[in-house]
Write a protein that binds this ligand. Structure first.
Ligand SMILES: NC(=O)C1=CN([C@@H]2O[C@H](COP(=O)(O)OP(=O)(O)OC[C@H]3O[C@@H](n4cnc5c(N)ncnc54)[C@H](O)[C@@H]3O)[C@@H](O)[C@H]2O)C=CC1
Ligand SMILES: CC(=O)C(=O)O
Ligand SMILES: [Mg+2]
Length: 571
């Protein structure tokens, strides 16, 4: 949407003022106020968008806690999309943590107490007979490019949040708009409420979701399938984004639907891609190769396994290592310590089989009474070059672990990726201190810079999938590809890695600044569309130059258009 864009709108008076898509509040011009019956609804003065942003920012500052700011911004989004996105874009680095991780985790955990109004599509298992009707009612004849859904079994690192999971769907959809330019009118945020195993929520008399234990197995699969079939039927060309599903469903659902629809699991693929980009940048700093790294992943769930697979596949496709040799570059740890053969099938999730270590390699290793081998011992013996945390265990990378790692390698790459902030496996400051400044770092949620001895500041990269998934998804949408292929994802990761500040200064951040994330996601979008065209997956034919222009043209921007009243116009 450009400032010159004109729209014919069919809503008048109160109805246009209560439509977040069309509302301009005090920015309606005099001519528009006359045409839409708004003169008596609004005070005299016509404001610019800048003035409105200034007022909204001042109001925001009067809210003291991040959670109250989150509630204020949610209410602004319900009132006026242009103002909401314009305000956040103007204060991106300050306000993204308010609408996304870490504050959104707190908002989700208190969802039933903060509830004010509906914010998306609530599909509840006992109402499944009316699912298609509910779906159509919500979509209201709109063209939808993007559906973001969550069943809320593993929200960020805070576990099962039942119906509150709608908050992660709307936050992730907002990030698509903010950072890639997906038109918010063409997105749909969905919660799949299949119950919850969160006792605190079940006992809470104010809990607004379905107060029932989480339904699993065939009944769950039928419900999810019914939803996916509705999406496929009504929006065959949409991208279906899965967020924060539990470890037993995330990859399984992705595999089930990948051949039928353009599906994307952010925790598996988005996290894999952003971590690949981070490590490619670190490898550039170390003047080494991805396939030469020894990689320890602490927490072998959805994200951990997604990362392992993405890195392993990149070693094969980019460095030419064989799949079996590349599997050997990884050591995964889960609740029973190092994932090794003798843990047996009950303690090793089926998806982990490629990465199971042979017991013979670990003879004589320090273990607990059950034979489980912990992180410190793994670090001591493996001498990893890369240590990744996606375990939700705050503080797991303690001083002994970091010091041991720093002893074994020149530039230890340490990525505590668990969210929200309280779940980080270590703080950047500790990691830098314990490694005598040698560690190359990136974290899952934002952290301030770390001051090194001598006063130099080290910027900490934010290795969050938001740095890449909006561009991956928008690229898939714009190329009209029937699937977001692995090679499109790798193209996005390579583009992101090529922008790393650390490639120019090894003491600078491993990833570009989050404040630049709209430009970064633009680059990722272009890379994905280019690759889709190259590999024949796209339904568009553009040259590289055209790709850059078309992506810009198609980006939704938080700028008011000019409206004319038309009884047959848009609603
Ligand atoms: N930075 C980013 O972009 C992303 C970060 N994450 C974060 O990663 C974390 C994990 O998320 P998911 O993989 O979705 O959850 P998950 O539940 O699938 O995985 C967590 C894994 O950690 C393991 N674990 C728990 N306690 C452990 C311990 N003491 N030692 C070793 N392993 C242990 C669990 O068994 C499980 O396999 C969350 O905090 C999430 O916010 C997830 C996706 C993206
Ligand atoms: C960032 C994200 O997707 C997560 O923490 O789950
Ligand atoms: Mg997630």
């Amino acid at each position: 949407m450009s400032s010159e864009q004109r729209f014919c709108v069919a809503l008048r008076g109160e109805r246009i003022l209560t439509s977040p898509r069309w509302n301009k509040g005090t920015a309606f011009t005099t001519a528009e106020r006359n045409a839409f019956g708004l003169t008596g609804h609004l005070p005299y003065r016509v404001n610019t968008l800048d003035e409105q942003c200034q007022r909204a920012y001042d109001q925001l500052q009067s809210h003291e806690t991040p959670l109250r700011k989150n509630t204020f911004l949610q209410s602004l989004r319900d009132q006026n999309w242009v103002l909401y996105y314009a305000l956040i874009s103007r204060h991106l680095q300050e306000l993204t943590p308010i609408i996304y991780t870490p504050t959104e985790a707190e908002a989700i955990s208190k969802y039933s107490h903060l509830f004010r109004r509906s914010e998306g599509l609530y599909l509840t298992l006992p109402h499944q007979e009316s699912m298609e009707e509910d779906f159509l009612e919500q979509a209201q004849g709109r063209d939808v490019d993007l559906v973001v859904c969550s069943d809320a079994e593993m929200i960020l690192g805070i576990g099962d949040q039942g119906v509150g999971g709608i908050g992660i769907s709307t936050a992730k959809a907002s990030i698509y708009t903010l950072l890639a330019g997906v038109d918010p009118a063409r997105t749909l945020s969905v919660t799949l409420d299949v119950g919850t195993d969160n006792e605190k929520l079940l006992k809470d008399p104010l809990y607004v979701g379905w107060p029932h234990e989480r339904v699993r197995g065939e009944e769950y699969d039928r419900f999810v399938d019914r939803f996916v079939q509705s999406v496929r039927k009504h929006y065959p060309h949409s991208l279906l984004h899965f967020e924060d599903f539990g470890v037993n469903n995330a990859k399984r659902l992705l595999d089930t639907y990948a051949k039928k629809h353009a599906v994307f699991n952010d925790d598996v693929q988005g996290t894999g891609a952003v971590t690949l980009a981070t490590i490619m940048a670190a490898v550039g700093v170390m003047k080494s190769k991805l396939s030469d790294q020894r990689i320890v992943i602490f927490g072998a769930g959805t994200a951990g396994l997604g990362i392992a697979r993405q890195l392993r596949d990149a070693m094969v496709t980019l460095d030419g290592l064989s799949p079996s040799d590349s599997n050997q570059r990884f050591w995964l740890l889960d609740q029973h310590g190092l994932v090794k053969a003798s843990l047996g099938p009950d303690n090793v999730r089926s998806g982990l089989s490629d990465f199971v270590r042979a017991d013979e390699e670990w003879e004589g290793a320090a273990a607990n009474e059950r034979g489980e081998i912990g992180l410190l011992e793994v670090v001591r013996r493996v001498k990893p070059t890369v240590l990744i945390g996606c375990s939700t265990v705050g503080g797991a990378f303690d001083e002994a672990v970091v010091r041991e790692m720093a002893r074994g390698t020149e530039r230890p790459v340490i990525l505590p990726l668990s969210n929200p902030t309280s779940k980080h496996e270590c703080t950047p400051e500790d990691a830098k201190r314990w490694s005598d400044g040698k560690a190359l770092l990136a974290t899952g949620s934002p952290f301030p810079s770390v001051e090194l001895p001598g006063g130099k500041k080290y910027r900490v990269a934010e290795c969050n999938n938001a740095l890449i998934y909006p561009g991956l998804g928008f690229g898939a949408i714009l190329s009209k590809a029937r699937s977001l292929t692995d090679s499109m994802i790798v193209a996005g990761a390579q583009r992101l890695a090529s922008l790393a500040p650390a490639l120019n200064d090894p003491d600078d951040a491993l990833l570009p600044d989050f404040g630049d994330s709209p430009e970064i996601n633009y680059e990722v979008t272009c890379a994905v569309v280019e690759r889709a065209i190259e590999e024949g997956a796209a339904a568009v034919e553009w040259t590289k130059e055209e790709v850059r222009e078309k992506v810009r043209e198609r980006q939704w921007k938080p700028i008011y258009g000019r409206y004319e009243y038309d009884a047959d116009g848009e609603q």
